[in-house]
Design a protein. Structure first.
Length: 87
């Protein structure tokens, strides 16, 4: 029974910690907070070259940009786990 619980909880714990400190530091450094925008707005930011330049995201490598996008979308204002500044 213990092994079954371990196998069930392991993927959940790995998913919840998929954002390393580097991604969190990067978001903070760029002054980007998930709760600022809704999911669709974050998707627009990361799909538009103009917005990438405005938020200085064009300087990031592709892997960092994807991790940051996933983090911001996961914590968007209309997501299940919003992070709103000041709360």
């Amino acid at each position: 029974m213990k092994y079954l619980m371990f196998l069930f909880l392991l993927p959940l714990s790995l998913y919840s910690h998929s954002y390393n400190k580097e991604t969190l530091y990067l978001a903070k450094k760029l002054h980007l907070y998930g709760g600022e925008k809704a999911v669709i707005q974050w998707k627009r930011v990361f799909s538009s070259p103009r917005h990438l330049k405005r938020y200085k995201l064009c300087t990031l490598d592709e892997a960092s940009r994807k991790k940051l996008e996933a983090y911001l979308i996961a914590h968007a204002a209309d997501s299940d786990q919003p992070i709103v500044p000041g709360l």
